[in-house]
Design a binder for this molecule. Sequence first.
Ligand SMILES: [Zn+2]
Length: 243
Amino acid sequence: MNSDLAKLIDLQATDNEIKRVEAALQDVPRRQTEIEAEWALAGAQLTAARERLAAAQTRRRGNEGALQDLESHRSKYRSQLMEVKTNREYQAMLHEIESVERDIRGIEDRIIEDMEAGEGLSAALTREQQTLAESEKRHQHAIGEIETQKRALDEQRQRWLTERAALAAMLPAELIELYTRVARLRGAAVAEARDGTCQQCRMVLRPQMYVELKRNDQIVQCPSCSRVLYYVPPPAAAADAHL
Ligand SMILES: [Zn+2]
């Protein structure tokens, strides 16, 4: 095979690798953001659970304070009950005491409700703490893994770039120019010719041209897409060639 053609094929393979590695590198920040978001969500859920529990505890303390006030009213009314002179005052005082006791029962019910709810909220808080701890473990592991992958990709990229520079240095300037121009236009500057056809743009090649390019001994461009064409002999033919 023409050695420039072989180098152009290698250059294309190298550029494909560089593109693949760079696409994987570009995906790294997106994957990092995804993991950060999952981590932030677990943190937010823990904060919400903590706030719900704190609110229930505050409400309960408020009710306990109100209960004490009502109980001291009740004992004040009860001692006043001993001192009233008329039956009407007595009935009125009894009425006050009944009303305070109704309020006391209402507040006691609310305190019990909050105590019961508090148990559920404490359990929920414990669950959220566990979720956060697990999420942190996963998060650290995933971040570490992505960083390792990124370093490996950076190294691969550097290796391919070095290889590319070496290949490019061995090619004549006009071929590099041709390669660069076609690659910019078509994405890839090299194409396989098979079954009389350019495998990239599907142009059917003139028979004489196909016969010539099958020798792989010169630089031939596809008349339609301008890519440099090369021919890969089928495995059987290649084996025959070695006999
Ligand atoms: Zn073509």
